[in-house]
Ligand binder design. Sequence first.
Ligand code: GRF
Length: 205
Amino acid sequence: MRLAVFASGGGSNFAAILDAIARGVLPATVVLLVADRAGTGAQEKAEQAGIPAVVCDPRDSGDEHAYGQVLLDTLHRHGADFIALAGFLKKVPAAVVAAFPNRILNIHPSLLPAFGGHGLYGRRVHEAVLAAGVRWTGATVHLVDEQYDTGPIVLQDVVPVLATDTPQTLAARVLVTEHALYPEALRLFATNKVRVENGHVILSS
Ligand code: GRF
């Protein structure tokens, strides 16, 4: 697996993926980090790890079609064959989704389909979870299609919501789970344990 990681923020999931590779539990190589703007923590982590980091800012491209071409050129130049969105806040252009069928994963900090969709990202997810008063939340790794947060679910894990939680404390607890879940989902793809049938993921052991 020649992995490209897309990130917009601090990159703690990116770091967890690198760590799983270094520990030998994820048979993959990260060939590229794509950031959607300059100066992210993820870009800094890539540079520290000696991984090529490329800023692809959609504002430099004009429209979705042009942005898709920039991303595809960058992916091909680095020989990427799989994409992991790790806190990437831009919609992936349709041309990229079409070029990587069932080869793009995203991680979302809730139990989808609850608390997902357009506008529900980052801290807003945890605020919505607390406002709803649910006892459990979690993390979801899913395949990416043309919509937000709707593709076939690969793995989920649950996280308790405590009465004392703030969006920050809840986000931190969910992140711990994300850091285990994402490398495990990628491992399933890297070792050919995933089939997609009728829009559902089937895992083999
Ligand atoms: C994570 O909570 C992820 O689920 C969401 O964005 C956050 C990214 O955090 N999509 P990080 O940049 O990996 O630290």
